[in-house]
Design a protein around this ligand. Structure first.
Ligand code: NAD
Length: 412
């Protein structure tokens, strides 16, 4: 979607009208600190050279180094990376962790690359950005179609360039080389903690809750497994190839085995195939978009039947849809809170790398729960003080107040 960044900044403009933020302060927050585009020539397996474009946007480092994922997807473009970097700046402030926002990406379909081409592309990206990233500068992490192996190559290439082992340059690494226990499931577990607490606040009993999850990757799949293990009923899941629906609930372990065999979830024996669009309109209590941006927009918002939307993806609800959902009484738990578990445990991983001292999984998950529950409480109280059901507005108020406070203390 073109002008995604402009639409994202709109939220900032709205919030600035609710709080005492000067025009100059707003001007600083409306722009990324730095936008970098790098050309990445890669020798393909057939001996030919293909030139990719790599992006990194460093949004605002007033509260700490830039931090944010690295996305490999055919639709990656600068406008999208700027938007995602802005959301990271807001998210780190909502979660109250000492980072600014950043994001990176390459427009590439990883499904067309061999493993060694993927490795060469990742190493080329690292060389291209080596002067701009680092443990105290900017710390990438996994995002759509990037994974712990890709983070390991990035860390290795960077360490070779700098001549010293530097695990803290990237998070989401495999545990064997400095990754944190609990990082792979952190985004999903954090989202699950938030959902459980919101349901408790709304006095909705767990056994009455059915969920549909769009996206069966790292975030969506782990969330579905955690929620099912906790007693929730998952009636639908999907991936880029389409979705599955069984109103009586899905056997997720069997769905997972089916996906591993056939590389997609559809055509599973004990469920109906449905499209990704139809999944969003199912009669469920909770809808969990966990794939890409703007899947709920002005056109389909009126057909969404869920009472709660837990945004595990970044930006799944387009601006125009939000008002329609709000009027229908749908509670949207915004991405900048719902999926903050990933960056919170990335922060723990970075701390462990810098200290060379590693925590057990129970400590990671206990600290994650405390950090994300504090964030939820602050957002919830702010929403109640505003007297509406707009959690996104409340989260942005919390974030912008923290960012502006830091700006004022540091000076320009
Ligand atoms: P992933 O690559 O592991 O999984 C993405 C999933 O989305 C896959 O199942 C893919 O098949 C599916 N998908 C792709 N296109 C689709 C489409 N058009 N319709 C439906 N499904 C589609 O990525 P991930 O890490 O799980 O990230 C998913 C979302 O969560 C993204 O928005 C990402 O920015 C966000 N997020 C991820 C993390 C993290 O820690 N990985 C943290 C915060 C937010």
């Amino acid at each position: 979607m073109a002008h995604q960044f402009k639409a994202a900044i709109n939220q900032l403009n709205k919030v600035s009208q609710l709080r005492h933020i000067t025009y100059d302060e707003l001007e600083i927050l409306r722009r990324p600190d730095r936008v970098i585009e790098v050309s990445l020539p890669v020798i393909m397996d057939n001996g030919k050279i293909k030139v990719f474009t790599g992006y990194r946007v460093q949004y605002n480092n007033t509260r700490g180094p830039y931090k944010g994922g690295l996305r490999f997807h055919p639709q990656v473009n600068l406008d999208e990376v700027k938007t995602l970097a802005f959301w990271m700046a807001i998210k780190c402030a909502v979660a109250d962790i000492p980072y600014g926002g950043g994001k990176g990406g390459i427009a590439v379909d990883v499904k067309t690359l061999s493993l060694s081409e993927l490795e060469r592309l990742t190493r080329a990206y690292t060389r291209g950005f080596a002067d701009f990233i680092g443990p105290n500068i900017d710390i990438p992490a996994p995002d759509v179609y990037t994974n712990p192996q890709i983070m390991a190559w990035l860390m290795d290439e960077y360490s070779h360039i700098k001549g010293e082992n530097t695990p803290a340059v990237v998070t989401g690494k495999p545990v064997e080389i400095g990754g944190s226990l609990g990082r792979e499931t952190a985004t999903s577990l954090g989202g699950f903690y938030v959902l459980e607490q919101v349901l408790a606040k709304l006095k909705i009993a767990k056994h009455k809750v059915s969920l549909a999850v769009q996206g069966f990757g790292n975030v969506g799949m782990n969330f579905a497994l955690i929620a099912q293990a906790a007693g929730f009923q998952i009636v639908a899941v999907s991936d880029s190839g389409g979705g599955l629906y069984n109103e009586k609930g899905l056997d997720l372990k069997a769905v997972l085995a089916h996906k591993q065999k056939t590389s997609c979830v559809k055509n599973f024996k004990s469920a109906k195939n449905i499209s990704n669009e139809k999944l969003l309109e199912l009669p469920v209590e909770v809808l969990v978009p966990a794939a890409l941006e703007n899947v709920i927009d002005e056109n389909n918002a009126s057909r969404v039947k869920a009472k709660i939307i837990l945004e595990l993806a970044n930006g799944p609800t387009a601006g125009g849809a939000e008002d329609k959902l709000s009027k229908k009484g749908v509670l949207v738990i915004p991405d900048v809170l719902a999926n903050a578990g990933g960056v919170i445990v990335s922060y723990f991983e970075w701390v462990q790398n810098l200290r060379h001292f590693y925590w057990d999984q129970a400590k990671v998950e206990d600290r994650l729960k405390r950090q994300i529950m504090n964030a939820l409480e602050k957002v919830w109280q702010t929403m109640e003080a505003q007297g509406n059901n707009n959690m996104r507005e409340a989260a942005y108020i919390v974030a912008v107040e923290r960012l502006v406070k830091a700006l004022r203390i540091r000076g320009i």
